[in-house]
Design a protein around this ligand. Structure first.
Ligand code: ACO
Length: 362
């Protein structure tokens, strides 16, 4: 018996996170996500995922310092990035730049938390370096008095960001740090299971994240909402899409059969951030209309908003360009990927499923 797409197959034991898809709950190391998002920083939750416990003041300071020390791009990476064609998409840029980091001979089996921290520190700078390069603007070097999320926004825009924008992005990034055996994390674990290095593992993951069924959805959400705004009739636009067999971006999930808890937390955050806002009203109307339509077109499939739907709204509210949505998701998910690579290395077994031959024998 084959499980297409490995649906429902348990491929590893993990201490990192748990998803209760029936009840719409997500736990990082036993802590329910909706609780910790309110009280902790990006660095504290990254520490939790890597090291297994919520850090004390001293531990979080050490981690913040380690992240800051690793923000600068190595010269060879900049040289490679300077050669990229301007039409190279952002995810390919990140994949290739991160891959260049693997030229460093220190990246050997087994992976270390220092390597995980370094990779996490580098990604925002890679994104900002590329963005400024495309805009013909000088690179904005990282600022050591700014923490991880604030510094990311600072490097992108060259201005110290508004605290409300930092808070909104930090909420999004914490909610997307980790999510069990999703496609990109699985890719990372498969690569790590060959005893390859951590850079190769996360390079595999970035390539997997790029696809529109996984990390590429939020810009699809903006496109959907823009199309509906232009037409003025949400039900008609979405009905036509569903009749043509198209998927509605930002809806449906492999594991959640109820509302994605991350979508719920992001909806609260965006409401706090923008208050009354016509674009948010449109998103809420689209959500309600889509859920009814999806139940009509796909009865019993339990299709609700996933994290990407309100992620798109958060990004729009903080003036993040659509092309940076998936890269930003990558910047946060680097923590989850590396935590899984470290876990895989602790008790490694090579991933090697089988396929069933359905051709003829000649
Ligand atoms: N719009 C319309 N129909 C949908 C949608 C959707 N968004 N999602 C699922 N369906 C339908 C499928 O067509 C399928 O119908 P069928 O039973 O008639 O064949 C049924 O619901 C089950 O869907 P599958 O695609 O088999 O579910 P799967 O678990 O494989 O896919 C996925 C999950 C990829 C997320 C899917 O829901 C989807 O493509 N959504 C749109 C893209 C998206 O928002 N991706 C972001 C996911 S969250 C993340 O990765 C961080």
């Amino acid at each position: 018996m084959i499980q297409k797409g490995l649906k429902g197959i348990v491929a590893a034991e993990t201490l990192i996170s748990h998803i209760d898809g029936e009840n719409g709950q997500l736990f990082y190391r036993g802590y329910e996500i909706k609780e910790i998002t309110k009280s902790f920083s990006f660095e504290e939750i990254a520490y939790l995922l890597w090291f297994g416990n919520i850090p004390g003041e001293k531990q979080v300071k050490v981690l913040k310092d380690q992240l800051k020390c690793n923000r600068d791009l190595p010269e060879n990476m900049k040289m490679i990035m300077d050669q990229f064609p301007t039409n190279m998409d952002f995810m390919s840029v990140i994949r290739t730049a991160v891959s260049a980091e693997g030229g460093n001979a220190d990246y050997i089996w087994k992976p270390t938390t220092s390597q995980a921290i370094r990779l996490t520190a580098l990604v925002p700078t890679i994104i900002a370096y590329r963005k400024r390069q495309l805009e013909g603007q000088p690179f904005v070097p990282p600022r050591n008095d700014l923490d991880h999320v604030a510094n990311y926004l600072y490097m992108l825009n060259g201005e110290v960001p508004l605290p409300a924008h930092v808070e909104a992005l930090e909420t999004y990034m914490i909610l997307t740090l980790e999510h069990g055996m999703n496609a990109s994390t699985f890719s990372a674990r498969v690569t790590a299971s060959t005893e390859s290095d951590i850079v190769s593992a996360v390079t595999s993951a970035i390539g997997t994240m790029k696809g529109p069924l996984h990390g590429g959805a939020p810009s699809g959400v903006i496109e959907l909402l823009d199309e509906i705004a232009l037409d003025g009739d949400a039900e008609k636009v979405m009905n036509e899409k569903l009749m043509r067999g198209e998927k509605l971006m930002g809806f449906g999930h492999r594991v959640y059969k109820t509302r994605d808890p991350r979508a719920i937390s992001l909806k609260v955050k965006i409401q706090e951030l923008v208050g009354e806002d016509p674009w948010l009203d449109l998103a809420i109307n689209v959500e309600n209309t889509a859920v009814t339509l999806l139940e009509k077109h796909k009865p019993g499939r339990s299709l609700f908003t996933n994290v990407e739907f309100y992620a798109a709204a958060i990004m729009k509210a903080i003036n993040m360009d659509a092309e940076l949505f998936t890269p930003t998701f990558t910047a946060s998910r680097m923590v989850g990927w590396t935590a899984h690579v470290l876990e895989q290395a602790e008790n490694n077994t090579l991933y090697r499923p089988q396929s069933k031959y359905i051709g003829t024998f000649k």
